[in-house]
Design a binder for this molecule. Structure first.
Ligand SMILES: NC(=O)c1ccc[n+]([C@@H]2O[C@H](COP(=O)([O-])OP(=O)(O)OC[C@H]3O[C@@H](n4cnc5c(N)ncnc54)[C@H](OP(=O)(O)O)[C@@H]3O)[C@@H](O)[C@H]2O)c1
Length: 326
């Protein structure tokens, strides 16, 4: 008896990303890489981007090893774009979106965007160029800044520092929103998903800038949900997730930090990137979710151990700067 082919079956869930084009900015490590894997497994063609060319190449190679069959490898590509420079941000974003919608980046994969679920053929013809529009943008780019206390003695805290500090976390998502209508399929099946964090709701001393950036994303997706409809916009707010961000720690410190976060959750664990990736998959697949703040944090700060803000603060503060940006 032959095995049923899932792409020809009348499934209502698992084919929703088949033949879609998904851009993952920050998809070269951590949470973004897990979302990239999930999107690939769901049949999407994926475009990875982050600031370092070698990291993009290494992520592509890892995916090719994890999914060696040509039906997967033909759906993986990527290119480096650094989104941290405010003076070039807008032109860099346009270049990235031009690249991600270029027909030639998946040479063997011409049927992108003809997904029967979206009933959309989104190849557009301009005067001199064609685009294949994106179905989804996942944004997980971020770095861990130093802790910045709000104090007259904090000389680094200047208006210029503030605006620069928001470039990668807030301004880049805003600029992506600005160009979304020109580069995305204009349907309710399309979505943009950004990344905040648990400290946006529960900041501790020194994390005000991170809380501001994270909270601004809540306002951004509510605004974009209204302005870009039917394209949807949402933000995922992860708790502690074991990603490459832990790599800078020594073995003992890493163990101690994990233990602190583990104790702070009601689930008694730190997340794997593949856990939180499901929140992004949901935001892509649910054509009715828009303008939402989606928590995936293991109940951090709901647990008895973490119910008092003092206890929660001590957990988060005891590792200097970790989650400081969130
Ligand atoms: N892990 C957690 O516990 C946690 C919790 C809450 C929120 N978050 C947030 O979730 C997001 C992803 O975190 P993660 O843990 O997955 O971290 P990660 O593994 O370090 O991933 C960060 C990604 O951002 C990219 N990136 C950094 N600077 C960039 C730039 N200038 N332009 C474009 N891309 C850039 C990195 O690649 P390159 O180095 O090549 O640029 C990488 O792909 C971050 O915003 C983080 O703040 C994480």
């Amino acid at each position: 008896m032959s095995t049923p082919n899932p792409t020809t079956m009348n499934f209502i869930s698992i084919n929703k990303l088949t033949n879609t084009r998904v851009l993952l900015i920050g998809g070269t490590s951590g949470i973004g890489f897990a979302v990239a894997r999930a999107a690939l497994e769901h049949g999407a063609s994926i475009i990875l981007s982050s600031s370092k060319a070698e990291k993009v190449q290494s992520a592509i190679s890892r995916l090719q090893q994890l999914y060696p069959d040509p039906s997967f490898t033909s759906r993986i590509t990527g290119k480096a774009y650094d989104l941290s420079d405010q003076s070039t941000l807008e032109t860099t974003i346009i270049s990235l979106l031009d690249y991600a919608t270029s027909p030639s980046i998946f040479p063997n994969n011409t049927n992108i965007n003809t997904n029967t679920n979206t009933n959309t053929t989104s190849t557009t013809e301009g005067d001199d160029k064609k685009k294949i529009l994106l179905n989804h943008i996942i944004y997980t780019s971020g770095t861990r800044p130093s802790r910045i206390p709000i104090s007259p003695t904090t000389t680094t805290l200047t208006p210029q520092f503030y605006t620069q500090s928001q470039t990668l976390r807030v301004l880049a998502p805003l600029m992506l929103g600005k160009y979304a209508k020109s580069y995305m399929v204009d349907e309710h099946t399309s979505s943009m998903t950004f990344t905040s964090g648990v400290l946006a709701s529960k900041p501790v001393p020194g994390t005000t800038l991170g809380a501001m950036a994270g909270s601004a994303l809540g306002g951004l997706v509510r605004g974009l949900a209204v302005e870009l409809a039917p394209i949807r916009a949402n933000v995922v707010a992860p708790g502690a997730v074991e990603t490459e961000i832990f790599d800078e720690l020594g073995v003992e410190e890493r163990k101690a930090v994990k233990e602190m976060f583990r104790k702070g959750t009601v689930l008694g664990r730190v997340a794997e990137p593949g856990d939180v990736a499901e929140a992004y998959v949901w935001c892509m697949k649910d054509g009715f979710v828009s303008g939402q703040w989606v928590g995936s944090d293991g109940g951090l700060c709901l647990s008895l151990r973490c119910r008092s803000s003092t206890r929660c603060s001590s957990i988060l503060l005891s590792y200097d700067g970790f989650l400081g940006e969130r």
